[in-house]
Design a binder for this molecule. Sequence first.
Ligand SMILES: NC(=O)c1ccc[n+]([C@@H]2O[C@H](COP(=O)([O-])OP(=O)(O)OC[C@H]3O[C@@H](n4cnc5c(N)ncnc54)[C@H](OP(=O)(O)O)[C@@H]3O)[C@@H](O)[C@H]2O)c1
Length: 344
Amino acid sequence: MNLVKVAVVGASGYSGQELIRILMRHPGVDLVCVTSRQLAGKTIAEAYPRFQHHRFSSVKFTASDAAGVVASGAKVAILALPHGLAHEYAQPLLEGGLRVIDLSADFRIKDPAVFQEFYGEAHPAPGLLAQSVYGLPEIYRDQIRTSNLVASAGCYPTSILLPLIPLLRAHLIAPASIAVASMSGVSGAGRKVASDYLFCECNESARAYGVPKHRHLSEIEQELSTAAGIPVVISFTPHLIPVNRGIVSTIYANLLPGVSAADITAALEGAYQNEPFVRLQGVTGSADIKNVTHTNYIDITWRHDPRTGRVVLMSAEDNLVKGASGQAVQSLNLMCGWPETEGL
Ligand SMILES: NC(=O)c1ccc[n+]([C@@H]2O[C@H](COP(=O)([O-])OP(=O)(O)OC[C@H]3O[C@@H](n4cnc5c(N)ncnc54)[C@H](OP(=O)(O)O)[C@@H]3O)[C@@H](O)[C@H]2O)c1
């Protein structure tokens, strides 16, 4: 396997660290550049003792600037920066001939007006929106292979879109009836210091937030609408729960007249029976965070409720792996022509 030089921009955050962990074991990758304003000058091993004696542990963090990333010789850059910054890096990196995978929301929304509605500002680089591919490999595999700019799907959206898209494509559920409650571990908020996420504020407690218009609704509804072929608007209530990592989503939808429980099962099995990272747990299994943390799997299970005429879909994933860094490496594998599971 020819090694591909890769850079991680924003490598001191939770997703960035997870990328380092995965890429250290990836046989096709030469990690030539990791950036952080706070850790510049330190080696990976100095900054993160758990990475001592691993491949790339002597690579030094450099300042986060696009010219430095281009100069590193990297051919692919993975951006793990807070939202709102990616275009400052993506534009010069693309001009420098790199391919870019962005973990932020900056290039996920196709319509600049929707971006403005949910993110409160005009999109700074609408031209890049037009050329980005939504980074959900199970749905956009072929487009990702040839893309130079992949907007990796968000953590909550991944947990909601993968269960629902096959059912909407097959016209089995009423789009207007969809309601979702999700629970996320605290690492979903990133490593920044904010009082809402201090140990004493989160431990032994749980709370809803972002109601009724969490930002992730913009990409969730965009992708559900594409699957359904009509505009889809849903209810979504995220909750913060006192675990480090992991998301569970519970999704409700009314079955359309004449649709049976067996139709739901057939649609999900038809969509995912050959997918390496989607583990269908059938109509009796569970979707449990503990079974997916530190892996790139998403577990999906479902029940038909004849009393209400609804299907209840439940999914579990690690927000930092299938919801972020593992999914980005899945896209990297596609872009480089490697087996999609390489390093994962
Ligand atoms: N956490 C998750 O579960 C998750 C899941 C899916 C997607 N995402 C997305 O992935 C991205 C990274 O998330 P995260 O949770 O890993 O964030 P994080 O832990 O807060 O890390 C952010 C990184 O960006 C760097 N950074 C912050 N401000 C910067 C600035 N002004 N200029 C340059 N670098 C800056 C930080 O490093 P320095 O301060 O050292 O420079 C750090 O390495 C976000 O866009 C997030 O929405 C996160």
